[in-house]
Design a protein around this ligand. Structure first.
Ligand SMILES: *[C@@H]1O[C@H](CO)[C@@H](O)[C@H](O)[C@H]1NC(C)=O
Ligand SMILES: *[C@@H]1O[C@H](CO)[C@@H](O)[C@H](O)[C@H]1NC(C)=O
Ligand SMILES: *[C@@H]1O[C@H](CO)[C@@H](O)[C@H](O)[C@H]1NC(C)=O
Ligand SMILES: *[C@@H]1O[C@H](CO)[C@@H](O)[C@H](O)[C@H]1NC(C)=O
Ligand SMILES: *[C@@H]1O[C@H](CO)[C@@H](O)[C@H](O)[C@H]1NC(C)=O
Ligand SMILES: *[C@@H]1O[C@H](CO)[C@@H](O)[C@H](O)[C@H]1NC(C)=O
Ligand SMILES: *[C@@H]1O[C@H](CO)[C@@H](O)[C@H](O)[C@H]1NC(C)=O
Ligand SMILES: *[C@@H]1O[C@H](CO)[C@@H](O)[C@H](O)[C@H]1NC(C)=O
Ligand SMILES: *[C@@H]1O[C@H](CO)[C@@H](O)[C@H](O)[C@H]1NC(C)=O
Ligand SMILES: *[C@@H]1O[C@H](CO)[C@@H](O)[C@H](O)[C@H]1NC(C)=O
Ligand SMILES: *[C@@H]1O[C@H](CO)[C@@H](O)[C@H](O)[C@H]1NC(C)=O
Length: 860
């Protein structure tokens, strides 16, 4: 049955009324959340698996498996006596994916009884659960660990809710209800449809509202829940709480144990503890099916990176293909059998017009065979389908991968730039370009005129290379211009990035370049520190170490570092002495340049943009899309070390330079919620600084890290929530709100809204927020009805949120905001182009795996 429109409306506005363990956070910190339960269970089961593996190999395993487990302790115990620098980034990231997916069930399946074991739907709930568990196992078999984590997070939610929503705890049970995850086990002792289960609570006290008969016979029941109607079968228990209308009806009150202040709040901790044990049992079930190695991969317990190449295979690329082969074989052969062996290999060849097929494998030999098959041939006119190839790689690689693109030609599909940028933002992957001979006038092909039509091939090439530089910058990667003969000196960056625990200490891009001095702090945990500087050959620099020694760009082997040069790249491998403290780099160049400082360290961080629920209970959910300029942004930051404490988090834009300082709200589990208010326009990266575990920041224990991916606040954001929902494409914003008197000027927005070919049609379009006027007209395009929305408002009301509902009740929110700052400088035509780009962005985000979390469409 399709939900009625009003239901879906309400669901959207009732994000705050979740009826489960709190998904991620609690206001008072006293109640256990789905996030805590999931995390505890994962740590415990992972530690158990590692203990068993150690025992089978006759190795000692000394970690005590108790409630004091941390990600760091488990990873370290699982890594045995490994001497390489350990990183917990992947483990942290996998756990975060699972708890964000878990929390999303309250949004996407808010009103599905089965997903919460409400309304005595034990059989339906078990079906949902066992279907998901089978899907997790199938995903692992297909090596799709990302999908596996998303589905597993969702399954955990339903399983955990059982212990809060049923009377299992009240029946005195002290072990999990195994029948929930084993379909062949009979569910006995379910209270029948006509069996009364509850009586009125007395003066709000629900301690004894379950009927004694029920408890004596050991019959299982769960609470009824409804936010619209108070109807429930006679004599049945309710869930309880202010949103549950059934609990206002005889028998009054509820039985849930979601928080310490719920109807059965005194049993909350018991329910949460049982939910942890039940989740452990579910994980054991999966482990038995997929095996220990695959289970640990699913948990993200891996040090290794993914080796990902996107390679142009047109005629002139044979040298590049040979080099890609050489460097990848070297990495594979060197790391095989070690903890740093890449966990997967991705290869995307592109030509013109073909792109792919994508090869994604965990088998190094298969990758070798595929890369051996590549040969350079063909290619018509010069530009190639580079961004299509990169797009494919971005959608296939796990988040935070580093992708290397080899090409010697401009991109023919430059129109994909905003799509690729959006994918980079959502996956946090780093893209480094190996551009061979792009800046040389030598160029292959028998049709040189096409490339150099205006007689100035070099100028054309600079423009083309800028696209690659922009994408490298947005992702925190580099654009390396090198001759084919020097390529093997440049691919050292690939080897550097394939070592374990690589961290970004400092990175800056100066464009247009200007002479500048930069400081960064190096802490004692950093090993193998490397500095990359890209820029023209006239660039000079001087580096000073904390001990006062310095080395200039004219010295290739000095007191501080050994330097190699390949094309526009200078790579400095720092000597290991006297590194701790404040470094300074003094760069002299009036052309664009970049500086990047990396090292190996177990101290790193992960972050996710979150946003408050509309309700008032203080919880957050994963934020989709970009923050708005002038708005607030909240980031959940996790540091990957027990030995340090973050004391400062900023959004840093080197072009200003602008640095927005965040307000830190530490959580019990060591994570930090960071809020930034009134974000200016710009291209920001997240920077963290801190000291030792007490937060002390002396010269010897200060550290800093910088995220790679840029965060770009947008002046227009379009929220995509469901592909089956109406589509909102903001075509343009117009107007100029730069005047100091806002009432004297107007702005406007035009959006094309449709419900798609197979949609039921737009039913209503309303202004949810914003004081302006909305006019609509309709037209037909390609057989689809389009509603054209024209919104105009005074500059005193600079943003708008439209609510669009189709005939079956799918809702889309579409938000827009006048581009205040740009309006003063940009021509109207420019404003329009920007709006379209953001529209594209929102649609393309759908393809990203990370955002798949938010799209029930992907929840097959
Ligand atoms: C631990 O160290 C011992 C002795 O150095 C070695 O034999 C063993 O293989 C190592 N175990 C692991 C898991 O590296
Ligand atoms: C489950 O119940 C069915 C009928 O209620 C019965 O035929 C079957 O034997 C039971 N299975 C088990 C394992 O108890
Ligand atoms: C339960 O409380 C309601 C409202 O106070 C009352 O109308 C009803 O009679 C009570 N039921 C019983 C069985 O006491
Ligand atoms: C959960 O499992 C652990 C380990 O098996 C056990 O010590 C603990 O008592 C269990 N907790 C509950 C609430 O059953
Ligand atoms: C770098 O550090 C030095 C020494 O502490 C200081 O004088 C200088 O202002 C700093 N420069 C920047 C750009 O922060
Ligand atoms: C530093 O890098 C070298 C080679 O690149 C490697 O052999 C060494 O193990 C690294 N050091 C650490 C501490 O990982
Ligand atoms: C390292 O520090 C020592 C003592 O401060 C000093 O003598 C030495 O020159 C320093 N080396 C470098 C490369 O800075
Ligand atoms: C941003 O946060 C500040 C302080 O918490 C608050 O006063 C303001 O209303 C928020 N702005 C928006 C747009 O949410
Ligand atoms: C519309 O539905 C038809 C039949 O189910 C299907 O073949 C087609 O792909 C759908 N089109 C879109 C855009 O979903
Ligand atoms: C809405 O705008 C109109 C005219 O632009 C103004 O008179 C009115 O006060 C505004 N209302 C609110 C609630 O801001
Ligand atoms: C467009 O809308 C009209 C009026 O609501 C309706 O009769 C027609 O079937 C629609 N066409 C399509 C292709 O949905």
């Amino acid at each position: 049955m399709a939900p009625s429109r009003s239901i879906v409306f309400l669901v959207l506005s009732l994000w705050g009324s979740v009826h489960s363990f709190q998904p991620l956070f609690t206001l008072n910190g006293k109640s256990t959340t789905h996030r805590d339960i999931t995390r505890q269970a994962i740590l415990r089961k992972t530690a158990e698996v590692c203990r068993d593996i150690a025992a089978s190999e006759g190795r000692p395993f000394s970690l005590a498996i108790d409630n004091a487990l941390t990600v760091e302790k488990v990873q370290s115990a699982c890594s045995g006596n490994s001497t390489s620098v350990l990183s917990t980034v992947r483990f942290h990231t996998s756990i975060a994916i699972m708890y964000f997916s878990n929390a999303l069930v309250d949004v996407v399946y808010a009103l599905s009884e089965e997903h919460h074991f409400d309304d005595e739907t034990f059989k339906g709930g078990r079906e949902v659960l066992t279907t998901d568990v089978a899907a997790v196992k199938a995903s692992v078999k297909l090596e799709n660990y990302m999908a596996g984590r998303i589905i597993l997070g969702r399954a955990c939610h339903s399983l955990q809710d059982f212990y809060s929503h049923s009377n299992w705890v009240e029946l005195g049970k002290t072990s999990p209800y195994s029948a929930l995850i084993t379909p062949d086990q009979n569910m006995t002792n379910l209270a029948g449809p006509d069996v009364a289960t509850c009586r009125n609570c007395t003066n709000g006290d629900c301690a004894n509202n379950l009927l004694p008969d029920l408890l004596q016979q050991g019959l299982l029941t769960s609470g009824y829940f409804n936010i619209f109607s108070s109807k429930k079968p006679a004599g049945k228990c309710s869930h309880g709480g202010s949103f549950d209308r059934t609990s206002k009806k005889d028998p009054i009150g509820g039985i849930n144990k979601d928080t310490v202040s719920s109807s059965h709040g005194p049993l909350h901790q018991q329910a949460a503890d049982l939910a942890v044990n039940a989740t452990v049992e579910l994980l054991e079930n999966i482990r038995l099916a997929v095996g220990d190695t695959n289970f640990l991969r699913l948990m993200g317990l891996s040090q290794s990176t993914v080796l990902c190449f996107v390679i142009d295979t047109t005629g002139s690329m044979s040298d590049d293909i040979a080099e890609a082969k050489r460097v990848s074989f070297e990495i594979i052969d060197k790391k095989r059998g070690t903890q740093q062996e890449p966990s997967a290999y991705i290869l995307v060849p592109f030509n013109d017009p073909s792109v792919g097929p994508l090869v994604l494998t965990t088998d190094a030999d298969k990758f070798k065979a595929e890369i051996n098959k590549l040969s350079a041939s063909g290619g018509g006119d010069i530009p190639e389908m580079c961004l299509s190839g990169l797009q494919l790689a971005l959608t296939a690689a796990p988040p935070s991968s580093e992708i290397f693109v080899f090409t010697d030609a401009p991109a023919k599909d430059a129109d994909l730039k905003s799509t690729v940028s959006a994918l980079i933002e959502s996956t946090k992957s780093v893209v480094t370009f190996m551009l061979t001979d792009v800046l040389a006038s030598r160029r292959r092909r028998s049709v040189p005129g096409q490339w150099a039509r205006d007689g100035s091939s070099r100028a054309m090439n600079q423009v083309a290379a800028q696209l690659y530089r922009d994408l490298a910058k947005a992702s925190g990667g580099q654009a390396i211009d090198v001759t084919k003969s020097d390529l093997s000196a440049a691919t050292t960056v690939i080897e550097d990035s394939s070592t374990s625990a690589v961290v970004n200490v400092f990175q800056v891009v100066s464009n247009p370049g200007k002479p500048d001095k930069f400081n960064f702090t190096v802490d004692g945990s950093i090993k193998n520190m490397t500095i990359y500087i890209t820029g023209t050959s006239s660039l000079t620099f001087n580096i000073s170490s904390p001990s006062g020694a310095s080395q200039s760009s004219s010295v290739s082997s000095g007191p501080l570092a050994a330097m190699t040069t390949a094309g526009n790249l200078r790579r400095l491998r720092l000597h290991s002495d006297n590194q701790t403290g404040l470094w300074e780099i003094d760069v002299n160049s009036n052309n664009p340049y970049s500086v990047k400082v990396i090292g190996q360290s177990s101290v790193n961080f992960i972050y996710n943009l979150v946003e408050p629920h509309e309700g008032t209970h203080g919880d957050y959910s994963l934020k989709e899309g970009r923050p708005l300029t002038g708005g607030n942004a909240t980031v959940l930051v996790t540091v990957t070390s027990d030995a340090v404490k973050i004391t400062e988090v900023t959004l840093y834009d080197s072009s200003g330079p602008t640095e927005v300082i965040g307000t830190l709200l530490p959580q019990d589990d060591g994570n930090i919620l960071v809020t930034f208010t009134d974000i200016p326009a710009g291209d920001f990266v997240l920077r963290i600084k801190g000291g030792d575990s007490t937060g002390s920041r002396s010269t010897t224990n200060s550290f800093q890290r910088q995220a790679s991916t840029q965060i770009k606040p947008s002046s227009i954001s379009v929220t995509v929530t469901d592909v089956t929902r109406p589509v909102c494409d903001v075509v343009s914003t117009t107007g100029n709100c730069s005047s100091s008197v806002c009432s004297s000027s107007q702005w406007g927005l035009t959006a094309n809204i449709s419900d798609g070919v197979n949609g039921t049609g737009i039913d209503s379009l309303t202004v949810r927020q914003g004081n302006g006027t909305l006019n609509t007209s309709t037209s037909i395009s390609g057989g689809v009805n389009i509603t054209v929305a024209s919104y105009s408002a005074s500059c005193c009301s600079p943003s708008v949120e439209l609510k669009i509902v189709d005939k079956v009740g799918n809702v889309r929110l579409c938000t827009g905001q006048v581009k205040a700052a740009a309006a003063t400088t940009a021509a109207p035509a420019n404003t329009t182009a920007n709006s379209t780009a953001f529209g594209l962005h929102s649609v393309s985000v759908r393809h990203s795996l990370w955002c798949a979390l938010l799209l029930p469409f992907f929840w097959w």
